[in-house]
Design a binder for this molecule. Sequence first.
Ligand code: ZN
Length: 158
Amino acid sequence: MARALRRAEAAQAARSGWEPTAAGAHLRGRPTRNTQPEVALRKAVHSLGLRFRLNRRVGRYKPDFVLPRHHLAVFVDGCFWHNCPKHGPREFRGPNASRWQSKKDANRARDLAANTALAQAGWKVLRIWECETRADVDAAAMKVLIAAHTEIGDAVSF
Ligand SMILES: [Zn+2]
């Protein structure tokens, strides 16, 4: 069973051009929505009296949640994929190094494009690192509260 699975993974990796590695194994199949940090943040935001919507598309983009009344779009960015300054990968090694690097660059470009498009559509954008929600979820929720009451402008940064 396990061997069949490994064979299937290796075959898939070969098709995609990626080499299967031990380091990559724990990243496969990670949930990207309704992650624990995201759910904890939503709870804390709700307890501050803010109301939000999930699965709301704004143009081509789908923020993790939006506060329609405040025109605020919130993204909870995973530290690895979105390259948090504390936990993002510094340098890639191994057979997939250049692929990881271009994936990271593509994510960064997509985040910036989303910020710009949402701002142009009249939305405020708040990005919160996953690690911020883990370290102090109430402080992270407070950022949402502050951003909610900030005038519409560019991306909100703290
Ligand atoms: Zn982080």
